[in-house]
Design a protein around this ligand. Structure first.
Ligand code: PEP
Length: 263
């Protein structure tokens, strides 16, 4: 793995982002957001983001209070035009969303999102002024064959090939081993730290030590209140992208508090 870049300075806030996927009806989404907001009063050092389904973005953005930020779960690989059913990055931004998740493994695997599409979405999102949670992560077979570092590196190389140093400031990386997503199987804190350090080291070569140190790298994959502390305590883990556990305010807030408790 070569020499490792220094872990990020502690002035950077951790991030906890909840990916609600295709869950909740509109009133339930509002209720969940309100429950989450009610638990954030004492949270100072953690950025909290929720990613509800697209049809709810505008209403949630309008009703949110405080520092809670809203994210879309993906965006179109095209700009405005005759693309029936697609939501462009600019449209999402105009709802009040500030973030978008790009390259989630469910999009890649179930909806055939290629590396090229991920790259295009990422670039359009950055042009539209959205912050990006860029997902990467290996399958079980990749990990078992020892190919996981190469796999993740090639995903990042591909997605970020045209992203300038300046634009990269708007990017957060989410490392999500596919074998841990929604399976209840979590990467061990050592496995997470090892990959996060590898990613930071690669970022350091691509964008320099300062940008690499300042980039938040989130862990995703069956993160829950019982394992969040240990995962977030790793020097290169700067919070989490949370699926299942983000659908319950109590669990999600417990994960937020675990991030907040790190110095
Ligand atoms: C995800 O899908 O981004 C995720 C991390 O899901 P879960 O927490 O349910 O594994």
């Amino acid at each position: 793995m070569g020499e490792l870049a220094p872990a990020k300075p502690k002035v950077m806030k951790n991030i906890v982002a909840g990916n609600w996927k295709s869950n909740k009806l509109m009133p339930e989404a509002l209720e969940l957001m309100n429950e989450v907001q009610a638990g954030l009063d004492s949270i100072q050092n953690t950025e909290v983001i929720i990613a509800p389904p697209s049809p709810y973005l505008a209403a949630l953005a309008e009703n949110k209070k405080g520092a809670l930020a809203i994210s879309a779960q993906q965006c179109s690989a095209t700009g405005m035009g005759a693309h029936t059913g697609e939501h462009t990055a600019e449209m999402l931004k105009s709802t009040g969303a500030e973030w978008v998740i790009i390259g989630h493994s469910e999009r890649r695997e179930r909806f055939g999102e290629s590396n090229e599409a991920v790259r295009s979405k990422l670039e359009l999102a950055l042009e539209a002024g959205l912050h990006v949670l860029l997902c990467c992560g290996e399958s079980l077979s990749n990990r078992e064959s020892g190919n996981h570092f190469d796999w993740v590196q090639s995903q990042l190389e591909d997605a970020l090939q045209n992203v300038s140093d300046q634009a990269f400031d708007q990017v957060v990386i989410a490392y999500e081993p596919i074998w841990a997503i929604g399976t209840g199987k979590t990467a061990s804190s050592d496995q997470a730290q090892e990959m996060h350090a590898f990613i930071r080291n690669w970022l350091s070569k691509r964008y320099g030590d300062v940008s690499a140190a300042a980039c938040r790298i989130l862990y995703g994959g069956s993160c829950k209140p019982s394992n969040a502390d240990e995962l977030f305590a790793q020097p290169d883990v700067n919070g989490g992208l949370i699926g299942g556990a983000s659908l319950n305010a109590e669990d999600f807030l417990a994960i937020v508090r675990a991030a907040e408790a790190q110095d």
